[in-house]
Design a protein around this ligand. Structure first.
Ligand code: BG6
Ligand code: MG
Length: 217
């Protein structure tokens, strides 16, 4: 690879930690309580998508029309269910491989940042003791438009004072790959996103990203 990047921006859910199933369980409980059909396939569409946009996708299957106040209450309820899972997370929920790879990237001179749609980002990073790894955190609390809009990544690049062209985005969601591309970033896909033809690079294992990011110092 000829291009030398200076920053790496990581999505959180599905890349560094595997909270996807907690999201599923929390939405499923809410959907069951409301009598709305919901399954793992619909859950796949929620990857990378904000809480309120996710709710709108779930409500596509509902007969009832909800007011915006009712929708806010539903989203809040889902988040309570979700947070009850998050409070049980520990540093052991991060793979040793992930931790070592992040350390190595720092040693190689890269600026590391988070670019996540989640408003629970800081809570999760604290739970798993990853906060200190990152120079900057851009998340659902500092954006108005969720992925596939590039805002969250553009803010992350701004926070680490690098141009999008000098940053690599790591994502597990189609919405995230699209956001990266729209923001002028190169993208590296893991998990589900490896099926996305739009991704610039693909990896099966987290540590493979080291192959694309040689030492800068
Ligand atoms: C993303 C998840 O990281 O965060 C989505 O992939 C989720 O599934 C979104 O809806 C928002 O999360 P939160 O924690 O703000 O409800
Ligand atoms: Mg994700």
């Amino acid at each position: 690879m000829d291009k030398k990047y200076k920053g790496v921006i990581f999505d959180l859910d599905g890349v560094l930690v595997f909270t996807d199933h907690f999201h599923y369980l929390a939405w499923k409980k809410l959907a069951d309580e409301e009598g709305i059909y919901f399954d793992e396939k619909i859950n796949d569409r929620l990857r990378g998508v904000s809480r309120m946009d996710s709710l709108d996708i779930i409500l596509e299957r509902s007969q009832k029309t909800y007011t915006s106040q009712e929708k806010a209450a539903l989203a809040e309820r889902k988040n309570e269910y979700y947070k009850s899972y998050l409070t049980k997370m520990t540093p052991e929920d991060v793979k040793e491989e992930t931790r070592k790879t992040l350390e190595e990237l720092k040693n190689r001179g890269y600026k590391l940042a988070i670019g996540s749609s989640s408003k629970n980002t800081k809570f999760i990073l604290n739970q798993v003791h990853l906060t200190s790894m990152f120079l900057a955190i851009s998340d659902g609390t500092n954006i108005v438009r969720s992925k596939p809009d590039p805002e969250v990544f553009l803010k992350a690049a701004l926070f680490i004072q690098e141009k999008p062209a000098d940053c690599l985005i790591m994502e597990d969601a189609f919405a995230g790959i699209e956001a990266g591309k729209r923001g002028g970033f190169k993208t590296i896909a893991i998990g589900q996103a490896t099926k996305d033809e739009e991704a610039d690079y693909k990896v099966q294992e987290f540590k493979e990203i080291l192959n694309f990011l040689p030492p800068l110092i």
